[in-house]
Design a binder for this molecule. Sequence first.
Ligand code: NAD
Length: 314
Amino acid sequence: MHVSRLSFGASSLGGVFHAIRVDEGIETVHIALDGGINFIDVSPAYGETLAETNLGLALRGVRRDRYHLATKIGSYSEARGDYDYSGERTRRSIEASLKRLGVDFIDLIQCHDIEFADHEVLLRETLPTLAALKAEGIVRHIGITGLPLNVFAKVIERAAPGIVETILSFCHFELNDTSLEARLPYFKQRGIGVINASPTGMGLLTERGVPAWHPASPEIVVACQRAAQHCRARGGDITQLAVQFACSHADIATTLVGTALPENMRRNLAYLKTPIEQTLLAEVREILSPIQNCNFTRGRPEHRDPLLMPAVAA
Ligand code: NAD
Protein backbone atom coordinates (compact mmCIF):
# COMPACT_ATOMS: atom_id res chain seq x y z
CA MET A 1 0.00 0.00 0.00
CA HIS A 2 1.19 3.50 -0.82
CA VAL A 3 -0.52 5.72 1.69
CA SER A 4 -0.87 9.46 2.15
CA ARG A 5 1.32 11.07 4.83
CA LEU A 6 -1.80 12.20 6.70
CA SER A 7 -4.66 9.75 6.92
CA PHE A 8 -8.16 9.61 8.37
CA GLY A 9 -9.00 7.87 11.64
CA ALA A 10 -12.72 7.26 11.86
CA SER A 11 -13.20 6.74 15.60
CA SER A 12 -14.75 10.22 15.78
CA LEU A 13 -17.53 8.95 13.48
CA GLY A 14 -18.57 6.68 16.36
CA GLY A 15 -19.04 9.71 18.60
CA VAL A 16 -16.21 8.70 20.93
CA PHE A 17 -15.15 12.30 21.66
CA HIS A 18 -18.58 13.96 21.66
CA ALA A 19 -21.94 13.54 19.94
CA ILE A 20 -21.64 14.17 16.21
CA ARG A 21 -23.86 15.04 13.28
CA VAL A 22 -23.77 12.18 10.79
CA ASP A 23 -24.07 14.51 7.77
CA GLU A 24 -21.02 16.43 8.99
CA GLY A 25 -19.12 13.20 9.62
CA ILE A 26 -19.86 12.06 6.06
CA GLU A 27 -18.78 15.42 4.64
CA THR A 28 -15.55 15.15 6.66
CA VAL A 29 -14.70 11.82 5.01
CA HIS A 30 -15.26 13.36 1.56
CA ILE A 31 -13.10 16.38 2.38
CA ALA A 32 -10.36 13.98 3.46
CA LEU A 33 -10.58 11.94 0.25
CA ASP A 34 -10.84 15.00 -2.00
CA GLY A 35 -7.85 16.50 -0.16
CA GLY A 36 -5.61 13.56 -1.12
CA ILE A 37 -6.02 11.25 1.86
CA ASN A 38 -6.15 7.63 0.68
CA PHE A 39 -5.99 5.64 3.92
CA ILE A 40 -8.88 5.28 6.39
CA ASP A 41 -8.75 3.42 9.69
CA VAL A 42 -11.73 2.25 11.72
CA SER A 43 -12.71 -0.51 14.14
CA PRO A 44 -15.91 -2.24 15.25
CA ALA A 45 -14.99 -1.02 18.75
CA TYR A 46 -15.46 2.68 17.91
CA GLY A 47 -18.90 3.63 19.19
CA GLU A 48 -19.58 -0.14 19.32
CA THR A 49 -19.94 -0.44 15.50
CA LEU A 50 -21.36 3.09 14.96
CA ALA A 51 -18.13 4.39 13.38
CA GLU A 52 -18.09 1.54 10.84
CA THR A 53 -21.77 2.11 10.05
CA ASN A 54 -21.28 5.86 9.50
CA LEU A 55 -18.10 5.29 7.51
CA GLY A 56 -20.01 2.81 5.33
CA LEU A 57 -22.57 5.54 4.62
CA ALA A 58 -19.79 7.97 3.71
CA LEU A 59 -18.08 5.50 1.37
CA ARG A 60 -21.25 4.58 -0.50
CA GLY A 61 -20.66 5.39 -4.16
CA VAL A 62 -16.96 6.19 -3.69
CA ARG A 63 -14.75 4.26 -6.12
CA ARG A 64 -13.04 1.44 -4.22
CA ASP A 65 -9.61 2.25 -5.69
CA ARG A 66 -9.69 5.74 -4.15
CA TYR A 67 -8.93 4.49 -0.64
CA HIS A 68 -7.18 1.81 1.38
CA LEU A 69 -9.43 0.66 4.19
CA ALA A 70 -8.20 -0.64 7.53
CA THR A 71 -10.35 -2.09 10.27
CA LYS A 72 -9.73 -4.33 13.24
CA ILE A 73 -10.74 -7.39 15.22
CA GLY A 74 -10.35 -8.44 18.86
CA SER A 75 -11.46 -5.34 20.76
CA TYR A 76 -15.20 -4.74 20.63
CA SER A 77 -15.95 -2.55 23.64
CA GLU A 78 -13.40 -1.03 25.96
CA ALA A 79 -16.20 0.07 28.32
CA ARG A 80 -17.62 -3.45 28.63
CA GLY A 81 -14.22 -5.14 28.50
CA ASP A 82 -15.30 -7.09 25.42
CA TYR A 83 -12.04 -8.46 24.03
CA ASP A 84 -12.11 -11.68 22.01
CA TYR A 85 -9.28 -12.72 19.71
CA SER A 86 -10.61 -16.21 18.98
CA GLY A 87 -10.58 -17.45 15.38
CA GLU A 88 -14.33 -17.91 15.37
CA ARG A 89 -15.16 -14.36 16.58
CA THR A 90 -12.50 -12.95 14.23
CA ARG A 91 -14.19 -14.44 11.16
CA ARG A 92 -17.63 -13.38 12.37
CA SER A 93 -16.46 -9.85 13.08
CA ILE A 94 -14.87 -9.39 9.65
CA GLU A 95 -18.04 -10.57 7.92
CA ALA A 96 -20.04 -8.01 9.90
CA SER A 97 -17.48 -5.24 9.21
CA LEU A 98 -17.66 -5.91 5.46
CA LYS A 99 -21.45 -5.50 5.58
CA ARG A 100 -21.37 -2.31 7.64
CA LEU A 101 -18.65 -0.79 5.47
CA GLY A 102 -20.30 -1.90 2.21
CA VAL A 103 -17.10 -3.41 0.76
CA ASP A 104 -16.04 -6.91 -0.26
CA PHE A 105 -12.47 -6.81 1.00
CA ILE A 106 -10.42 -5.08 3.69
CA ASP A 107 -7.00 -3.71 2.73
CA LEU A 108 -5.54 -3.97 6.22
CA ILE A 109 -6.95 -6.03 9.07
CA GLN A 110 -5.43 -5.33 12.46
CA CYS A 111 -5.50 -7.14 15.76
CA HIS A 112 -6.82 -4.28 17.89
CA ASP A 113 -5.04 -3.41 21.15
CA ILE A 114 -3.00 -6.55 21.65
CA GLU A 115 -2.10 -5.48 25.19
CA PHE A 116 -5.53 -6.88 26.12
CA ALA A 117 -4.91 -10.20 24.36
CA ASP A 118 -3.62 -13.53 25.56
CA HIS A 119 -0.68 -13.76 23.17
CA GLU A 120 -0.93 -17.54 23.03
CA VAL A 121 -4.40 -17.10 21.49
CA LEU A 122 -3.10 -14.38 19.19
CA LEU A 123 -0.32 -16.61 17.86
CA ARG A 124 -2.25 -19.88 17.76
CA GLU A 125 -5.66 -18.65 16.57
CA THR A 126 -5.94 -15.00 15.54
CA LEU A 127 -2.99 -14.61 13.18
CA PRO A 128 -3.49 -18.01 11.46
CA THR A 129 -7.20 -17.15 10.94
CA LEU A 130 -6.20 -13.82 9.39
CA ALA A 131 -3.62 -15.56 7.18
CA ALA A 132 -6.38 -17.90 5.94
CA LEU A 133 -8.65 -14.91 5.21
CA LYS A 134 -5.78 -13.31 3.33
CA ALA A 135 -5.41 -16.43 1.20
CA GLU A 136 -9.16 -16.21 0.50
CA GLY A 137 -8.73 -12.58 -0.67
CA ILE A 138 -11.02 -11.16 2.04
CA VAL A 139 -8.19 -9.22 3.66
CA ARG A 140 -5.04 -8.04 1.89
CA HIS A 141 -2.62 -7.20 4.69
CA ILE A 142 -2.30 -7.98 8.40
CA GLY A 143 -1.23 -5.70 11.26
CA ILE A 144 -1.29 -5.26 15.02
CA THR A 145 -2.15 -2.21 17.15
CA GLY A 146 -1.50 -1.24 20.74
CA LEU A 147 -0.53 1.41 23.25
CA PRO A 148 2.48 -0.14 25.08
CA LEU A 149 5.50 -0.09 22.79
CA ASN A 150 7.05 -3.29 24.17
CA VAL A 151 4.05 -5.33 23.09
CA PHE A 152 4.81 -5.23 19.35
CA ALA A 153 8.16 -7.06 19.39
CA LYS A 154 6.71 -9.67 21.76
CA VAL A 155 4.37 -10.76 18.97
CA ILE A 156 6.61 -10.10 15.97
CA GLU A 157 9.43 -12.22 17.45
CA ARG A 158 7.17 -15.22 17.91
CA ALA A 159 4.87 -14.97 14.88
CA ALA A 160 5.51 -16.62 11.51
CA PRO A 161 8.01 -14.44 9.61
CA GLY A 162 6.34 -11.75 7.51
CA ILE A 163 2.84 -12.33 8.85
CA VAL A 164 2.77 -8.99 10.71
CA GLU A 165 3.05 -6.34 7.98
CA THR A 166 2.18 -3.20 9.96
CA ILE A 167 2.04 -1.87 13.48
CA LEU A 168 -0.22 0.95 14.62
CA SER A 169 1.08 2.91 17.59
CA PHE A 170 -0.76 5.81 19.17
CA CYS A 171 0.17 8.70 21.48
CA HIS A 172 3.89 7.90 21.14
CA PHE A 173 4.92 10.24 18.36
CA GLU A 174 3.40 13.58 19.22
CA LEU A 175 4.71 16.84 20.72
CA ASN A 176 4.70 15.53 24.30
CA ASP A 177 5.85 11.96 23.61
CA THR A 178 8.35 10.76 21.02
CA SER A 179 9.12 7.36 22.51
CA LEU A 180 8.12 5.58 19.27
CA GLU A 181 11.14 7.09 17.53
CA ALA A 182 13.69 4.77 19.20
CA ARG A 183 11.71 1.74 17.96
CA LEU A 184 11.51 2.81 14.32
CA PRO A 185 14.78 1.13 13.19
CA TYR A 186 13.48 -2.20 14.53
CA PHE A 187 10.39 -2.03 12.31
CA LYS A 188 12.32 -0.67 9.34
CA GLN A 189 14.82 -3.56 9.44
CA ARG A 190 11.93 -6.00 9.28
CA GLY A 191 10.04 -4.21 6.52
CA ILE A 192 7.09 -3.51 8.83
CA GLY A 193 5.08 -0.37 8.01
CA VAL A 194 4.52 2.05 10.90
CA ILE A 195 1.21 3.83 11.36
CA ASN A 196 1.22 6.65 13.89
CA ALA A 197 -2.12 7.58 15.41
CA SER A 198 -3.49 10.39 17.55
CA PRO A 199 -1.30 13.38 16.61
CA THR A 200 -3.19 15.50 19.15
CA GLY A 201 -2.83 12.81 21.82
CA MET A 202 -6.58 12.10 21.63
CA GLY A 203 -7.42 15.75 22.25
CA LEU A 204 -4.59 16.74 24.64
CA LEU A 205 -3.07 19.06 22.06
CA THR A 206 -6.28 20.86 21.07
CA GLU A 207 -8.10 23.96 22.28
CA ARG A 208 -11.10 21.80 23.22
CA GLY A 209 -8.93 19.64 25.50
CA VAL A 210 -9.52 16.06 26.55
CA PRO A 211 -12.76 14.10 26.98
CA ALA A 212 -13.66 12.81 30.47
CA TRP A 213 -12.43 9.27 29.71
CA HIS A 214 -8.95 10.44 28.73
CA PRO A 215 -6.28 8.52 30.68
CA ALA A 216 -3.65 11.30 30.94
CA SER A 217 -2.69 12.46 34.44
CA PRO A 218 -3.51 16.03 35.54
CA GLU A 219 0.20 16.99 35.18
CA ILE A 220 0.14 16.01 31.51
CA VAL A 221 -3.19 17.75 30.85
CA VAL A 222 -2.03 20.97 32.53
CA ALA A 223 1.31 21.03 30.67
CA CYS A 224 -0.47 20.55 27.34
CA GLN A 225 -2.93 23.34 28.18
CA ARG A 226 0.02 25.59 28.98
CA ALA A 227 1.54 24.74 25.59
CA ALA A 228 -1.81 25.54 23.91
CA GLN A 229 -1.98 28.91 25.69
CA HIS A 230 1.55 29.71 24.58
CA CYS A 231 0.68 28.99 20.95
CA ARG A 232 -2.43 31.17 21.23
CA ALA A 233 -0.41 34.03 22.72
CA ARG A 234 1.97 33.77 19.76
CA GLY A 235 -0.93 33.87 17.28
CA GLY A 236 -0.44 30.15 16.56
CA ASP A 237 -2.47 27.01 17.13
CA ILE A 238 -1.34 23.99 19.14
CA THR A 239 -3.21 21.57 16.86
CA GLN A 240 -1.46 22.92 13.78
CA LEU A 241 1.92 22.36 15.41
CA ALA A 242 0.83 18.93 16.70
CA VAL A 243 -0.33 17.68 13.29
CA GLN A 244 2.72 19.08 11.49
CA PHE A 245 5.09 17.53 14.03
CA ALA A 246 3.43 14.10 14.02
CA CYS A 247 3.62 13.96 10.22
CA SER A 248 7.27 14.98 10.06
CA HIS A 249 9.13 11.67 10.50
CA ALA A 250 10.43 10.00 7.33
CA ASP A 251 10.20 6.48 8.80
CA ILE A 252 6.54 6.77 9.74
CA ALA A 253 4.39 5.77 6.77
CA THR A 254 1.30 7.71 7.80
CA THR A 255 -0.33 9.54 10.70
CA LEU A 256 -4.01 9.06 11.47
CA VAL A 257 -5.96 12.09 12.62
CA GLY A 258 -9.57 11.86 13.70
CA THR A 259 -12.40 14.34 13.49
CA ALA A 260 -16.05 14.41 12.47
CA LEU A 261 -16.00 18.15 11.77
CA PRO A 262 -15.47 19.28 8.16
CA GLU A 263 -13.70 22.46 9.23
CA ASN A 264 -11.14 20.54 11.32
CA MET A 265 -10.38 18.26 8.38
CA ARG A 266 -9.91 21.23 6.04
CA ARG A 267 -7.53 22.75 8.56
CA ASN A 268 -5.59 19.50 9.02
CA LEU A 269 -5.03 19.23 5.28
CA ALA A 270 -3.93 22.87 5.11
CA TYR A 271 -1.46 22.41 8.01
CA LEU A 272 0.57 19.99 5.91
CA LYS A 273 1.02 22.57 3.19
CA THR A 274 2.47 25.08 5.67
CA PRO A 275 6.06 24.81 6.95
CA ILE A 276 6.39 24.13 10.68
CA GLU A 277 7.33 27.20 12.75
CA GLN A 278 10.66 26.08 14.20
CA THR A 279 10.87 28.74 16.94
CA LEU A 280 7.37 28.02 18.19
CA LEU A 281 8.10 24.29 18.04
CA ALA A 282 11.22 24.72 20.19
CA GLU A 283 9.29 26.86 22.73
CA VAL A 284 6.44 24.36 22.97
CA ARG A 285 8.81 21.40 23.36
CA GLU A 286 10.53 23.30 26.16
CA ILE A 287 7.17 23.85 27.92
CA LEU A 288 6.38 20.15 27.54
CA SER A 289 9.84 18.94 28.58
CA PRO A 290 8.90 18.15 32.24
CA ILE A 291 6.31 15.67 31.01
CA GLN A 292 8.13 14.50 27.87
CA ASN A 293 7.48 10.79 27.24
CA CYS A 294 5.49 10.55 30.50
CA ASN A 295 2.36 8.96 29.21
CA PHE A 296 -0.07 6.29 30.30
CA THR A 297 -0.14 2.57 29.83
CA ARG A 298 -2.81 -0.11 30.03
CA GLY A 299 -3.60 -3.73 29.24
CA ARG A 300 -2.84 -7.02 30.93
CA PRO A 301 -0.19 -6.52 33.65
CA GLU A 302 2.38 -8.54 31.66
CA HIS A 303 1.96 -6.28 28.62
CA ARG A 304 2.22 -2.84 30.26
CA ASP A 305 5.21 -0.57 29.63
CA PRO A 306 7.06 0.88 32.63
CA LEU A 307 5.85 4.46 33.20
CA LEU A 308 8.08 7.50 33.24
CA MET A 309 7.08 10.06 35.90
CA PRO A 310 7.07 13.84 35.28
CA ALA A 311 10.49 15.41 35.94
CA VAL A 312 8.98 18.16 38.11
CA ALA A 313 5.39 18.95 39.05
CA ALA A 314 3.98 20.57 35.93
P1 NAD B 1 -6.47 12.51 17.53
O1 NAD B 1 -5.19 12.92 18.16
O2 NAD B 1 -6.56 12.44 16.06
O3 NAD B 1 -7.54 13.52 18.15
C1 NAD B 1 -8.86 13.55 17.81
C2 NAD B 1 -9.47 14.79 18.49
O4 NAD B 1 -8.83 15.94 17.96
C3 NAD B 1 -10.95 14.91 18.19
O5 NAD B 1 -11.59 15.44 19.34
C4 NAD B 1 -10.98 15.91 17.07
O6 NAD B 1 -12.19 16.63 16.99
C5 NAD B 1 -9.81 16.81 17.40
N1 NAD B 1 -9.25 17.45 16.22
C6 NAD B 1 -8.82 16.85 15.07
N2 NAD B 1 -8.41 17.78 14.19
C7 NAD B 1 -8.56 18.99 14.81
C8 NAD B 1 -8.31 20.33 14.43
N3 NAD B 1 -7.81 20.65 13.25
N4 NAD B 1 -8.59 21.32 15.31
C9 NAD B 1 -9.09 21.04 16.54
N5 NAD B 1 -9.35 19.78 16.97
C10 NAD B 1 -9.10 18.78 16.11
O7 NAD B 1 -6.90 11.13 18.20
P2 NAD B 1 -7.73 9.89 17.70
O8 NAD B 1 -8.96 10.31 16.98
O9 NAD B 1 -7.84 9.01 18.87
O10 NAD B 1 -6.73 9.18 16.70
C11 NAD B 1 -6.87 9.21 15.31
C12 NAD B 1 -7.27 7.86 14.78
O11 NAD B 1 -6.23 6.91 14.99
C13 NAD B 1 -8.51 7.21 15.41
O12 NAD B 1 -9.68 7.74 14.87
C14 NAD B 1 -8.28 5.76 15.09
O13 NAD B 1 -8.66 5.51 13.75
C15 NAD B 1 -6.76 5.63 15.20
N6 NAD B 1 -6.38 5.11 16.54
C16 NAD B 1 -6.22 3.78 16.68
C17 NAD B 1 -5.91 3.25 17.92
C18 NAD B 1 -5.74 1.77 18.06
O14 NAD B 1 -5.80 1.05 17.09
N7 NAD B 1 -5.53 1.25 19.25
C19 NAD B 1 -5.76 4.09 19.02
C20 NAD B 1 -5.90 5.45 18.83
C21 NAD B 1 -6.21 5.97 17.59
